[in-house]
Design a protein around this ligand. Structure first.
Ligand SMILES: *Cc1c(COP(=O)(O)O)cnc(C)c1O
Length: 428
């Protein structure tokens, strides 16, 4: 084919009733010209245009099957929402809502009021506030309570959570100044005491999240820190990270942290709570009110979809936590996971393997959840990722493991279809 045999953009896009047609035809013809230059036949241009228009319309943000065994997988959207939370999002979002309208007074209300009832019931807090995520919660607390002043943090807690969220940077951005206390492995209550000056605004404790220091270590208990803070009339802010609401073994709950004397506690909505991405701040009513009035609150606040999903998730945490998918996966007995792995292995002709599942999201980093996977051919990894729905799995010892702790019963059937499709794709 010669260059002058190629149609013009208008000729190629003519008659196609799609506002994207001209753009896509232009880019297609650019590539076709390069192919002709290189001596390659660009093929059926009308057919390619139709395919590329279909692809351009396909959503880029897609549902995937998580066969990694990592429950709050940050790259895979963390917590899947409970059915009831999804219903509430749909209900609230399909029409207008009382997001900032007080129905009994007939006037302006607060969006923070909706979870202001249930969160105190779950945590024992006086007040609560919801923002976009936990990073925003920490940022807001520091900006509102410590701008231009010092915040004491143990050197063992100056962590990076992932994707560049570093406690020292967050502190600086909030306008507060970091005052490091103690050493990496050992910090005592007396170290905080000695660091307090008229410049001190608050004491921050940060949950170590994704790592642990072991060996010759020492950290004061929260109650000891609270004593230091109280005797100097300083607020104690506890960044819990995951923030379990129900007892999950090693992970501290917001309730226990408040009971030990923290004045404010910050935690994520989509780690161990299993709800939407959100940052929840609970604690003393006067401090929560200072955060609510800070100008950053307006920029960091949660939207109505988040609030609807969060309210529903919190209600479930109160009386039926196993309806929250992330909590169900965390607590499911290994035998039930094994049964799913056996069913998948039978459907695809794979083998059952023992694996270790993880909480993810920086929570419970040492907790190993006994789990089971179906092992298939390693070379299916890419076709499975590119399938519909995409399946993300793990490579181990030359095989591909589909961990069944993070797949539902229904998803096991979908995974089986996906494996069959990936093998067919391979043969062609
Ligand atoms: C995960 C985490 C954060 C950030 O929470 P996001 O909800 O991801 O913004 C902050 N602090 C700690 C200790 C964490 O573990």
């Amino acid at each position: 084919m010669r260059l002058r045999d190629l149609p013009s953009v208008d000729q190629l896009a003519r008659g196609i009733d799609d506002p994207l047609a001209v753009d896509v035809a232009r880019s297609l013809l650019d590539r076709a010209r390069e192919q002709v230059h290189a001596g390659i036949d660009p093929g059926d241009l009308a057919g390619r245009l139709r395919e590329e228009l279909t692809a351009a319309r396909a959503p880029r943000l897609r549902r995937v099957l998580n066969a990694t065994g990592v429950i709050a997988h940050t790259n895979l959207g963390r917590a899947p929402l409970a059915e009831h939370a999804l219903e509430r999002v749909r209900e609230v979002a399909r029409g207008y809502s009382n997001l900032e309208y007080d129905l009994s007074a007939g006037g302006r209300g607060s969006r923070q009021a909706h979870v202001g009832g249930i969160i105190p019931r779950l945590t024992g807090a006086e007040g609560a506030l919801v923002v976009n995520n936990n990073a925003a919660a920490v940022m807001l607390a520091l900006a509102a309570l410590a701008e231009g002043r010092e915040v004491l943090v143990s050197r063992g807690e100056l962590i990076e959570i992932g994707d560049g969220f570093r406690i020292p940077d967050v502190l600086t951005r909030s306008g507060a100044r970091l005052r490091e206390v103690g050493t990496t492995n050992r910090t005592r209550a007396a170290d905080y005491e000695a660091a307090i000056s008229p410049e001190t605004a608050l004491i921050l404790r940060v949950h170590q999240s994704n790592f642990r220091i072991v060996g010759f270590t020492e950290q004061p208990s929260l109650a000891e820190l609270a004593q230091v803070a109280q005797s100097h009339k300083l607020p104690l802010v506890d960044d819990l990270g995951s923030g379990a609401l129900i007892d999950l073994g090693d992970e501290p709950t917001a309730r226990s942290s408040l009971a030990a004397g923290a004045d404010l506690v910050c935690f994520s909505g989509d780690k161990l709570l299993g709800g939407p991405q959100a940052g929840i701040i609970v604690g003393r009513a006067d401090l929560v009110e200072r955060l609510r009035r800070h100008p950053l609150q307006r920029a960091l606040r949660a939207d109505k979809l988040t609030l609807a999903a969060l309210e529903a998730t919190l209600m479930l945490a109160l009386d039926s936590p196993d309806e929250i998918p992330a909590l169900r996966m965390l607590r499911e007995p290994p035998g039930a996971v094994r049964a799913r792995a056996e069913r998948l292995a039978e459907l695809v002709g794979g083998e059952v393997e023992e694996t270790i599942a993880r909480a993810g999201g920086g929570a419970l980093p040492l907790a190993e959840l006994p789990s089971y996977a179906c092992a298939v051919e390693e070379r299916l990894a890419a076709p499975l990722r590119l399938g519909d729905p995409p399946v993300v799995s793990i490579l181990r010892d030359g095989r591909l493991l589909l961990d069944c702790r993070t797949l539902t019963d229904a998803e096991v059937d979908e995974a089986a279809v996906a494996v069959a499709a990936a093998r067919t794709h391979e043969r062609n």
